[in-house]
Design a protein around this ligand. Sequence first.
Ligand SMILES: [Zn+2]
Length: 81
Amino acid sequence: MSDPVRMCIHCRGRYLQAQLIRLQCQNNQIQPFQGYGRSFYLCHSCIHDKKLAKRLAKQCNNKTYLTIELGEHIKEMVANG
Ligand SMILES: [Zn+2]
């Protein structure tokens, strides 16, 4: 049995699923994965990448992600969720 490996949508690196942050977009908001629907993975180094905002703004069709400190936003979500 092997551990599941998933790809970070930003850097396209492959990591063990447990090392990635699983998120989804719902109603144009990024949120922690709720257990259903489409989801995507980010690695911990990518959440502070400046270009990530652009990528997720497109992913979620939400332009406000271009203007906020996205890494902090994701970290908070993961800590609270
Ligand atoms: Zn990454």
